[in-house]
Design a protein around this ligand. Structure first.
Ligand code: FES
Length: 158
C-alpha cells in the first residue's frame, strides 16, 4: 500500500468535500446541466411550417398557473421551456442558459427563469437577462392562444 502525505490527503478531502457541496446545493445540475422541469408528452404537440402547436389539455404540468414543461425535439431550432406565469398567459423561451448551456427552470414565486447550474443566472419571463454569468438574454418565441380554440397554444419558431 502506498503512503500519501498528510498535505495531499487534506487536499484531496477538500476537493471531494467541495464536489459534494456543489452537488448538494444545485441538485447536481452543475454536472448534469439538467433541471427539474418535466418533459412535454410526445403526443401533446406538433411542429409544422415553423410553427409549434401545443394541445394544452394534454399537458398536465401546464394545467395550473405556475407550471412549466420542456420540449426537446430535433425538428425545433433549439430546445424550449414553456411556462404559465398567469391565467391565459404562456411564455416560451430557449431552455439553455447562454453561459454554459445548463437548463433554465421556471420559478413561479419570483416570476423568473433561473439557471439550474450553480451560477444561477436569472431572466425575466420574457427571457430578458437579469443577473449572473450568462450576460445575455434567452431567446423568446411568440406564443398565443389560438383564437378559435383556447386549448391550443401557437408558437412561432422564427
Ligand atoms: S450555465 Fe447558467 S449560469 Fe452557468
Amino acid at each position: 500500500m502506498s503512503k500519501i502525505s498528510r498535505r495531499k490527503f487534506i487536499g484531496n478531502a477538500a476537493v471531494a468535500g467541495t464536489g459534494a457541496c456543489v452537488c448538494g446545493l444545485s441538485g447536481c445540475a452543475t454536472f448534469t446541466k439538467v433541471g427539474d422541469t418535466p418533459p412535454i408528452p410526445s403526443d401533446a404537440y406538433t411542429i409544422e411550417s415553423n410553427k409549434l402547436t401545443i394541445s394544452l389539455e394534454k399537458v398536465a404540468a401546464l394545467a395550473k398557473v405556475g407550471g412549466s414543461v420542456k420540449i426537446a425535439d430535433a425538428k425545433l431550432p433549439q430546445s424550449l421551456i414553456v411556462a404559465r406565469p398567469g391565467n391565459g398567459d404562456y411564455t416560451v423561451v430557449s431552455i439553455k442558459c447562454p453561459h454554459r448551456g445548463a437548463e433554465v427552470e421556471y420559478q413561479h414565486d419570483a416570476k423568473e427563469f433561473r439557471c439550474a447550474s450553480l451560477g444561477h443566472s436569472t431572466f425575466k419571463t420574457d427571457g430578458t437577462f437579469i443577473k449572473g454569468f450568462a450576460g445575455k438574454s434567452l431567446t423568446k418565441f411568440s406564443a398565443d392562444l389560438d383564437s378559435s380554440n383556447k386549448n391550443r397554444l401557437l408558437v412561432k419558431l422564427s
